[in-house]
Design a protein around this ligand. Structure first.
Ligand code: GDP
Ligand code: CA
Length: 321
């Protein structure tokens, strides 16, 4: 099946998702295809100092707008932290969590619009008016279903506290999104998946980025029923995470940190899972037979997203799969 101008949907988390989306956008522009629809993880969202933070939404927005800090890896380029110092002096917010001044402008704008009654989808559409992103961003759901980490010692933390304060050092037992079983996909999510030619799973954290999206009731069913090809890109290269804490998350849910294990965790569509095909790195070519035996087609490709061109190559390989 070769579709010259495919309608593409991407499920994505934050920084890994953003790097991949730069490539998807470039690849679709080369094909003259319509803009991709991106279903973004909102499990990382939180309230802090009276404002709503959407880390994955903002990572994607800043990266596609060319406004991201590529050196630090998160937040806005050229940001300062004057307001943050003042918040710390008041003992407000979290002492281990830095909010940049420009970033706070985003959070204030978003929170203001939410308070005025806009829905989270409408807020995203409003934000896309400032910087044409070259993709259509949709939150996975409009409900607040922030990811919590249940610890081995019985404690419970918001994902952001577990990651930014404790650097994933406290052993997790499970990840939960309270309220998610009552949530519904945001407007447009199911329709986009249903009408797509290809659905791509970005090489995002399988547990806390892709996991919450798949946990929104209705998303898995849409992926199982769509006539689109569903193609995932491995976030694991040579048995290791490229960056972040996906290995700790995978261990907590008893999935090995390997490209093959993550593919089998998502599962073949033919066996009740969500994948038709899986892109593996050249370093993991030895796992091809194992993934194929699970009913998932494999494509071996270089998966290092070192720059936009490399990401575009990965996106093209995924679109061909
Ligand atoms: P976050 O929400 O900011 O943590 O970002 P994501 O969940 O979207 O992406 C994090 C994942 O991206 C990690 O599990 C990494 O292994 C993966 N990742 C980062 N850089 C690369 C890369 O260059 N290639 C591949 N294949 N995966 C990557
Ligand atoms: Ca994230």
């Amino acid at each position: 099946m070769h579709i010259p101008q495919p309608r593409v949907v991407v499920l994505a988390g934050g920084v890994g998702g953003a790097k991949f989306l730069l490539g998807v956008r470039a690849a679709l522009r080369r094909l003259g295809a319509p803009e991709a629809t991106v279903v973004v993880n909102t499990g990382d969202d939180l309230w802090l100092s009276g404002v709503r933070l959407q880390p994955d939404v903002d990572s994607i927005t800043y990266a596609l707008a060319g406004q991201n800090d590529t050196v630090r890896g998160w937040g806005r380029a050229g940001d300062t932290e004057r307001v943050n110092e003042e918040l710390q002096a008041w003992g407000a917010g979290w002492p281990w969590f830095t909010l940049g001044d420009l970033d706070l402008g985003t959070h204030l704008a978003r929170t203001g619009w939410l308070r005025e009654g806009l829905t989270p989808s409408q807020v995203l559409a409003r934000m896309a008016e400032r910087w044409p992103l070259g993709v259509r961003l949709l939150p996975m759901t409009e409900s607040e279903v922030d990811t919590h980490v249940l610890l081995e010692d019985g404690g419970r933390l918001h994902f952001q506290e577990w990651w930014t304060r404790h650097r994933a050092k406290l052993a997790p037992r499970a990840f939960e999104n309270p309220g998610i079983t009552d949530a519904v996909p945001a407007p447009g999510v199911v329709d986009a998946i249903t009408a797509a030619d290809v659905v791509l799973l970005a090489p995002s954290n399988p547990v806390v980025s892709i996991g919450p999206i798949l946990a929104v009731p209705g998303v898995r069913d849409a992926l199982r029923e769509t006539t689109a090809r569903v193609v995932g890109v491995s976030p694991i290269i040579g048995g290791r995470v490229v960056r972040g804490m996906a290995d700790v998350c995978l261990t907590a849910i008893a999935v090995e940190t390997s490209a093959a294990a993550v593919a089998q965790h998502f599962g073949a569509r033919s066996a009740g899972g969500v994948l038709d095909a899986w892109l593996l790195a050249e370093e993991d070519a030895a796992s091809v037979a194992e993934v194929e035996a699970a009913g998932i087609r494999t494509v071996v490709a270089p998966l290092w997203m070192s720059d936009e061109n490399a990401s575009a190559g990965i996106a093209e390989a995924a679109l061909r799969a």
